[in-house]
Design a protein around this ligand. Structure first.
Ligand SMILES: [Zn+2]
Length: 277
């Protein structure tokens, strides 16, 4: 509980991805102490989705992996043979998935929004039928630019059917979704990725998404090779991690095995994390 808000991680799908891609220019001798690699140089990560309940709204932050993956893709990521769907995972925790009335996508990379829709016989239906979905308009535009660098990160069936049916709201810049819950642009990972904060009675939860994909990435210079604008990542991290440390925020990461952490700093440019039960 944070003030009047309740936050929980409702889904954590373990998967493995290339350590070099995750840690960019950081030498393996350093990052492998934090996340040891397997024989194919993959490191263990998680696909995290959070549920924020405000009393009035049930807000899902990210929808993760979805079910649009064949056996080859699953093997590449060392995914479990069977993963329950996100509505199933939510229901198994005693929460009615139909109670979710808002879904926020921090950005539209497939690993953050593939659970938005369920595709049957080529038709994509919303996985959360009562929900309004939110993402950045500028990110949505970028997804359609099909840049050679990152076109592979986008699957239109995750969002276009929702935009076409009026279920997905495209926001222009920083946006207050409901009182106390904000999406704010934090450039670096890409141009338009948004961080989600929820504040109630001076207590704050912050979903850092891929600005800080794991706790190992709290060092400002530890920037994933994926990031399109690494210098902006560093700038955004200094700003957001500074605020998180100063405000004793409870933070969630896009891809860490742990659900929550607090950020601590002593020098304003070096950070570390403290786990939270
Ligand atoms: Zn991403």
């Amino acid at each position: 509980m944070l003030g009047d808000f309740e936050v929980r991680r409702v889904n954590r799908v373990p998967y493995w991805w290339d350590g070099g891609a995750i840690f960019g220019v950081v030498p393996k001798t350093l990052w492998s102490r934090r996340l040891p690699a397997d024989e194919l140089n993959r490191v263990p990560l998680a696909l995290n989705c959070y549920l924020l309940r405000t009393g009035e709204h049930s807000i899902l932050i990210e929808t993760g992996l979805g079910d649009k993956w064949d056996a080859r893709a699953r093997e590449r990521m060392k995914l479990p043979a069977v993963t329950e769907s996100l509505p199933e995972a939510i229901a198994s925790q005693g929460i009615d998935p139909e109670s979710i009335d808002i879904v926020i996508n921090s950005h539209l990379h497939w690993d953050h929004c593939s659970g938005n829709t369920i595709v049957t016989h080529g038709i994509a239906a919303p996985a959360f039928p009562r929900a309004r979905y939110y993402t950045s308009r500028s990110e949505w535009n970028h997804a359609h630019e099909r840049n050679l660098r990152d076109a592979i990160s986008y699957i239109d069936a995750n969002y276009d059917p929702l935009v076409e049916s009026g279920r997905m709201i495209l926001v222009d810049g920083d946006h207050e979704v409901v009182p106390g819950v904000w999406m704010r642009v934090a450039p670096g990972h890409n141009r338009d990725m948004m961080i989600v904060t929820a504040e109630s009675h001076a207590r704050t939860f912050c979903f850092l998404s891929d600005l800080v994909p794991t706790a190992a990435h709290v060092q400002p210079g530890w920037v994933a090779a994926f990031d399109l604008f690494p210098l902006q990542t560093i700038e955004s991290k200094l700003r957001w991690l500074g605020a998180a440390a100063g405000g004793e925020w409870v933070c969630g990461f896009g891809h860490d095995a742990a659900a929550f952490a607090k950020i601590v700093t002593d020098t304003k440019t070096r950070f570390s994390t403290v786990g939270i039960e």
